[in-house]
Design a protein around this ligand. Structure first.
Ligand code: TNX
Length: 735
């Protein structure tokens, strides 16, 4: 048999001299200690040995530049070097004292985690400046940099078998004062982080929301939240267009023109529009640092943002506006100052996200070109907040109002009283706040109520933003706080104990005594006098201790008291079962499209109107998903998408859109201890409710909405809003 070239050329003597049995199989381990690494520039002859990728090879014959491999053509594999073929490359990794340092500051480097496989590390070689040259050896080293810049520091470790690995880290050398990321270490995939820890990754400063290990920082609702870009001069991550606005405007056309707000820009207003002009100036001055005078000047002024009243505005209605942008300026026109104000909110959303910061920012304040002609689908777009279960300060209430204004929500329904708390000073009955104003869910809460002056201030803050406050005094149920404060409201004249749990449906005023209605009149009259808007809400939900007759009797007395106080009565949909006067608005809150126990379509037939707050879509206290820490689940969970995909006009079975006043989001607060908790449940879903109230159903589309919603993220970041980073949305990084 003709011998193969391999069998001829193998030198058994060479192998045995090296302690390798000639019969060694390719898989067994061999000792490679004195064998040099394969060198592509060397010509090997038959029998020569070389180590390649931790395997020992024998050359079959003369060879040059042929890479050793296992196909038996030129090189023969003798076996893996090291222990039983399980040898591993070493692992290089660098621990660094800081990744952003000042000039001449010493940076300490430590080669951590550097042992690999069974072989020990033989040498550590550092390239400290990224020029490819070795600057230092040893397990640790340090360096100080004399020039600003970014340095790619590389560590190469070599183990006793000659195997190597390299790790790198970027060190930024500059003025420490510069940038928000100064002194913050790069994200390390091997480290464990706790909520609140900060890292830098991809040029963005991230903060861990909770305990995390090896989760790469990304803006997708995971454990990391993007705080800001490390370098403030990076342009907005989002391309802006007039089409970005939420709620989606009725009509938008875009152009390539752009207007830039500069230090020379003025805000030019028609006579009566001065308040809206000042509001806009207050918004723009802090982030731009520009003077932005509000001038009552001829409307031909170039380089201006103009607010003008239009003559022919039939199509725009009470709240519509036009916004047009070209190189020369921005013009917002409307028939009313409310329309101008909503136009300003649209302008705000197409400026860089940095406009939402409250200190001077470096940005190009460009407004994308084109035109919006816009007006709402529903005149009523509401949001409710329960301040009885957990109290919110007057300042927090004003902030809440500011949030609603951004999305053109024009009614703020304040749930002022419930079993756990009474939140509004009633001069005639100071006991209500002396007792009822001192508790909330889970315990005491000192002076947790609004004085009449504070309440008036909240109402005025809302009015200035074209938002009508609807006060709710819930009765006859949900009244434990009143029953604990005014003993005569109980049939036995015995005061109830304060209640700090979260059960519902156990309390009721005593409906068979005259005193109750005198008290209702006192309360309703004072609240009505403090409230300029047309509505007063008297709850009427879950009065379980009463039978139907008692409930009806109560409403027969209470509803006219509201009317006599000059207000249009509102109640949760149960109120319609008591056959109140037809001007009474029922707020539909059932989690499905029928309200069991109440004939809502029948009431509508008689002339009642309905606010749509179905618990399955508009109850923003429902958890986003089953693992959401905050919120309740009695109506299921409500994702961002579910808060968006419903139609207030056709949701309630057998009720025509013409009887729907509009949608209202409801935010109950049993589980919401802090204002940050409120923000978490409110954002992003409030934007959904705003859009289904403003934009015709045919123009709402989830895929389009979620893109516009993503662009709101950086705006909320700048406002330091604790929003829920739903993974249904592709949030842009940083911004
Ligand atoms: C039902 S809906 C309630 C409130 C609770 C809420 C919690 C309605 C009119 N009453 O008392 O706070 O559920 O989601």
């Amino acid at each position: 048999m003709k011998p193969t070239r391999r069998s001829i050329l193998r030198s058994a003597s060479t192998l045995s001299a090296l302690g390798i049995a000639a019969s060694a199989s390719a898989a067994s381990s061999v000792d490679c200690e004195s064998i040099p690494e394969w060198d592509p520039d060397v010509a090997y002859t038959g029998g020569d040995l070389a180590v390649y990728e931790a395997d020992l090879f024998t050359a079959e014959w003369w060879t040059q530049g042929d890479e050793p491999d296992d196909d038996g053509a030129v090189w023969a594999l003798e076996g893996a070097c090291g222990d039983n073929g399980e040898a591993e490359d070493p692992t290089a990794s660098i621990a660094v004292s800081a990744t952003t340092v000042e000039l001449d500051e010493t940076v300490e480097f430590d080669a951590s985690g550097s042992s690999g496989g069974d072989a020990s590390i033989d040498s550590y070689e550092w390239d400290l400046t990224g020029d490819g040259e070795a600057d230092a050896t040893g397990e640790t080293t340090s360096h100080s940099y004399a020039e600003e810049g970014e340095y790619a520091v590389a560590l190469t470790v070599t183990d006793a078998e000659g195997r190597t690995d390299t790790a790198a880290v970027i060190v930024t050398v500059g003025d420490e004062e510069d940038g928000p990321c100064a002194g913050i270490a790069e994200w390390n995939p091997d480290a464990v982080y706790e909520g609140g820890d900060e890292v830098v990754h991809d040029g963005i400063l991230w903060e861990a929301r909770w305990w995390t290990e090896s989760d790469e920082p990304a803006g997708n609702g995971g454990p990391w939240g993007a705080v800001t870009r490390c370098s403030g001069d990076v342009p907005d991550p989002v391309e802006r267009s007039l089409e970005d606005v939420i709620p989606k405007p009725a009509d938008v056309s875009t152009t390539d023109a752009e207007f830039e707000i500069t230090a020379e820009t003025a805000i030019v207003v028609d006579d009566e529009a001065e308040a809206v002009g000042e509001y806009l100036a207050d918004l723009l001055r802090p982030p731009t640092g520009y003077e932005l005078p509000v001038a009552d000047a001829p409307s031909e002024a170039a380089d201006a943002i103009e607010l003008v009243f239009l003559d022919a505005v039939d199509d725009l209605g009470e709240e519509g506006y036009e916004l047009s942008v070209d190189e020369d300026g921005v013009t917002i026109g409307a028939g009313t100052d409310a329309g101008l104000f909503w136009g300003v909110q649209s302008l705000r959303q197409v400026l860089p996200a940095a406009v939402e910061a409250d200190s001077e920012q470096s940005a190009e304040w460009t407004v994308p070109g084109g035109e919006i002609v816009d007006s709402p689908r529903f005149d009523f777009r509401g949001a409710h907040l329960d301040v009885a279960r957990h109290f919110r300060t007057a300042d927090e209430m004003k902030r809440f109002v500011d949030y609603l204004a951004q999305y053109k929500i024009n009614h703020f329904h304040v749930h002022l009283t419930d079993d756990q708390g009474w939140r509004i000073e009633i001069e005639e009955w100071p006991e209500l706040t002396e007792v009822g104003g001192q508790y909330q869910v889970d315990g005491e809460c000192e002076d947790c109520y609004y004085t009449q002056a504070e309440y008036a201030d909240i109402v005025e803050h809302a009015e200035d933003r074209f938002i009508t406050v609807i006060p709710e005094i819930d009765m006859p149920g949900h009244t434990n706080a009143a029953l604990a404060s005014v003993c005569e409201l109980n049939c036995d004249d015995e005061c109830e104990e304060p209640y700090t749990g979260i059960e519902v449906g156990f309390s009721s005023l005593c409906v068979d005594q005259e005193f109750t209605y005198e008290w209702v009149e006192d309360v309703v009259t004072e609240v009505a006098e403090l409230t300029p808007g047309p509505y007063l809400h008297i709850g009427g939900d879950e009065a379980d201790p009463l039978d139907d007759d008692e409930y009806e009797h109560f409403m027969d007395r209470a509803v006219p008291i509201v009317q006599d106080a000059g207000k249009r009565p509102m109640g949760w949909h149960e109120i319609l079962g008591a056959d109140p006067p037809t001007e009474t608005i029922g707020q539909f809150w059932a989690p499905d499209s029928t309200a069991s126990g109440v004939d809502v379509p029948g009431a509508v037939e008689e002339g009642h109107e309905i606010i749509a707050s179905p618990a399955s879509h508009a109850y923003l206290d429902m958890k986003y998903h089953w693992e959401t820490e905050l919120g309740l689940t009695w109506a299921g969970t409500t994702s961002v998408r579910e808060s968006y995909e419903w139609d207030p006009g056709s949701y309630v079975d057998d009720v025509d859109e013409s009887s729907i006043v509009g949608p209202e989001a409801a935010l109950w607060s049993e589980t919401l201890e802090t204002f940050a908790d409120v923000e978490f449940m409110l954002f992003p879903r409030i934007a959904s409710i705003a859009e289904v109230g403003w934009t015709p159903d045919a123009d709402t589309e989830w895929e389009n909405f979620r893109e516009r919603l993503a662009a709101q993220g950086p705006r909320w970041d700048r406002q330091e809003i604790n929003y829920y980073r739903s993974d249904q949305i592709d949030w842009p990084d940083g911004g």
